[in-house]
Design a protein around this ligand. Structure first.
Ligand SMILES: [Cu+2]
Length: 322
């Protein structure tokens, strides 16, 4: 039976289960060790939660095509596969949360950031999502909420693996960081989402962060009216700041709430435009990794293609589409 994904502010049980679930995954040994990923220093356990962090970093630092990549396209971003790739990631996290929670009906919650974007900049920083009983607030380290740093508490949320500015992975052990509005003054607004949904084609040449179409707009590389860069999904990463900025951005559970909302916007787009995707499999090898039947590899063994995730109604749906 398909699960329903809900707004995290609308259901306290889903909210609390999400928080409990990510903590259980953070405490679970994935069976992998840091040295298997070339991370310098003594071999340490990689938790199931952190395996998603490593996966995201590796995808983001894998150029597609590997040899010549002027558009900056990587295995998960700046190209057509951005939306399917993150959909697969969210589905795998959701499955793992269902497993550790013992609840096959658990659906990943989303954060409707455009609703907050319509608030004043000051209200955005103290919105309900950042309450101590939800995601907690900002700081370096974060000092309130379920992911706050608490000195000497082994159950406190710790950042263990980060992506460095030189594209490497590094082992650390510290509290999580956020800095609201440090890199951009405000969240995306509902009007920006509506404008993105009016784009009636998915993606096109050069299939990168410079192309027109819905994918590049929701990812956040193309301009909307009267707002300086970045836009939409990218803007949320930059606005939250801290650990939401680098290749290891899944370190902050808010990553999943942001991407679940981007996925929700995509789902609306799919319902409107006949579940279209591009490029087709006949596209040249320079688009390998982004064509409709190219596999999306994961460290969890599963490999899905964009085509296989264009209609996920049997797996999950959203309580409300934008
Ligand atoms: Cu990503």
């Amino acid at each position: 039976m398909a699960v329903v994904r809900k707004n995290i502010l609308s259901d306290t049980i889903v909210r609390d289960n999400f928080i409990r679930g990510v903590k259980l995954l953070k405490a679970e040994d994935s069976g992998r060790r840091t040295n298997q990923f070339g991370i310098p220093g003594p071999a340490r356990v990689v938790s199931t939660y952190d395996l998603f962090v490593v996966w995201h970093h590796i995808a983001m630092t894998t150029a597609t095509p590997v040899s010549n990549n002027p558009g900056g396209r990587n295995a998960a971003h700046r190209g057509p596969v951005f939306l399917p790739w993150h959909r697969v990631m969210l589905m795998l996290l959701e499955q793992n949360l269902q497993r550790v929670l013992g609840d096959a009906n658990f659906g990943l919650p989303y954060w409707d950031w455009a609703a907050d974007g319509d608030l004043s900049p000051a209200q955005q920083r103290t919105a309900a999502i950042w309450a101590a009983n939800c995601m907690g607030g900002q700081g370096a380290p974060v000092a309130t909420g379920p992911f706050a740093h608490r000195a000497g508490d082994p159950a406190a949320w710790r950042i263990r693996i980060v992506g460095t500015s030189t594209g490497q992975l590094a082992a650390v052990d510290r509290g999580m960081r956020r800095m609201f509005a440090g890199g951009t003054p405000s969240l995306p607004r509902r009007a920006h989402v509506a404008n993105a949904l009016n784009l009636n084609f998915y993606d096109g040449p050069n299939w990168d962060s410079g192309s027109q179409g819905f994918r590049n707009r929701i990812e956040g590389w193309t301009a909307d009216t009267n707002e300086s860069a970045p836009w939409l999904h990218n803007r949320v990463h930059v606005w939250v700041g801290g650990d939401m900025s680098p290749t290891s951005s899944p370190n902050d559970p808010v990553f999943y709430l942001n991407h679940c909302n981007a996925d929700r916007v995509w789902e609306r787009w799919l319902t409107r435009y006949n579940r279209a995707y591009a490029p087709p499999q006949t596209a040249p090898g320079s688009l390998r990794g982004h064509r409709i039947d190219d596999g999306i590899a994961s460290p969890f063994g599963a490999s899905m293609t964009p085509r296989q995730v264009l209609n996920v109604g049997a797996v999950y749906s959203y309580d409300v589409l934008p």
